[in-house]
Write a protein that binds this ligand. Structure first.
Ligand code: GTP
Ligand code: MG
Length: 334
């Protein structure tokens, strides 16, 4: 036997075996790596998201929330809600006036001029007005007003747009100008709704507001005879702040009737946490004797509709002394 040949053969078969075992090792290693990766992937992969768990749709709780926090108030019947909705959906909404000073609010300087006659109603020897009154007709027959009050960026202007946009529309009409910049609204701005009532948007307090704006709003709240109800808006994301509590005290001290409206409910991801904060404020909220409403003016994947508007519309109607079933004197042009 050729020893040399045998060695070469053995050497070749050794290389061959080594190569085979290397390949086997590679295959085993690759398999292990693949299964390891799969295991790793299965461990690190996110659990399947159950929509209702991770992003609870606040809509589920709107009605329950309303019932829970408005114990002493009767719930309006569905027919009443529908009828008031019909009013707002069909009413023509018009911007009417802005005022940077209280005396610029229509009727206020006239009222100052005729204040004595208005108080005493004693005949006035001067000019007679149409309808044979001694006082200008608009002062006797002013439309009822409701005001939206709240911190800058609480969502006042957007809520006004939400209220006056027909429910059939997906995007809001921009009747009042809104912005993501806090302190956007600088004056009192009034909008006539169907010639039956007015909604007054006010400058926000807090960030980017001025003392002059604050004084104007306070004077309007205290002295405006037409003001039927004030709606204090609180961002649900932020809850009550120091300034909000001061405003509540101010309204209480001056006998200004008001309701509380939580805005931006679509931003609440954890309704239980929100309720805990409500629980913390419960005593305080009860002491205000105000109704507590919950709304969202923006929609998202988890909050597909604009909720809370029908009940807010109803409360506004009721505050103004208007009866469900009333048709707007001025309808939207078709
Ligand atoms: N997600 C969400 N955003 C809202 C809602 N309401 C208002 N916003 C947003 O909040 C921001 C402020 O809204 P505005 O309506 O301008 O707030 P405002 O209270 O009028 O603010 P000032 O005029 O500055 O006092 C805007 O970017 C709105 O789009 C809501 O319900 N949900
Ligand atoms: Mg505004």
């Amino acid at each position: 036997m050729d020893y040399k040949l045998l060695r070469r053969h053995l050497h070749q078969s050794f290389i061959c075996r080594q190569a085979i075992s290397n390949i086997k090792n590679i295959v085993v290693a690759t398999n292990a790596a693949i299964s390891g990766l799969a295991e790793l992937r299965s461990k690190s992969s996110r659990p399947i998201r159950h929509k209702t768990q991770s992003s609870p749709n606040p809509s589920v709780n709107f009605r329950d929330l309303y019932k829970k926090y408005n114990n002493g108030f009767t719930e309006p019947a569905v027919a009443e809600l529908n009828s008031v909705n019909h009013f707002f959906n069909s009413a023509d909404v018009k911007y009417e006036w802005s005022a940077g000073r209280f005396m610029d609010v229509p009727g206020e300087s006239l009222k100052a001029k005729y204040s004595q006659q208005l108080e005493t109603r004693i005949g006035y020897s001067g000019k007679k007005f149409p309808g044979k009154t001694y006082i200008p007709f608009e002062l006797v027959n002013g439309l009822p007003e409701v005001a939206f009050l709240g911190k800058s960026n609480a969502g006042k202007s957007t809520l006004l747009n939400n209220l006056t946009t027909s429910q059939k529309r997906i995007s809001l009409e921009s009747t009042a100008r809104s912005s993501r910049w806090a302190g956007f609204t600088k004056t009192l701005n009034s909008f006539n709704v169907g010639n039956e009532l007015r909604i007054v948007d006010t400058p926000g307090y807090g960030f980017n507001s001025s003392i002059g704006q604050g004084d104007l709003t306070m004077q309007y709240l205290k002295e405006r005879k037409e003001l039927a109800r004030t709606f204090l808006l609180i961002s649900a994301e932020q809850g009550f702040g120091e300034h909000d509590l001061q405003i509540v005290d101010f309204m209480r001290d001056n006998g200004i009737p008001f309701e509380i409206v939580f805005t931006k409910m679509d931003k609440i991801r954890n309704i239980e946490k929100f309720e805990q904060s409500m629980e913390r404020d419960r005593k305080f909220l009860q002491s205000t004797m105000a109704r507590i409403l919950f709304t969202n003016s923006s929609t998202s994947k988890s909050c597909k509709k604009r909720y809370g508007i029908d009940i807010l519309r109803y409360v506004i109607f009721e505050s103004c002394g208007l009866e469900p079933g009333l048709k707007p004197s001025r309808k939207k042009p078709q």
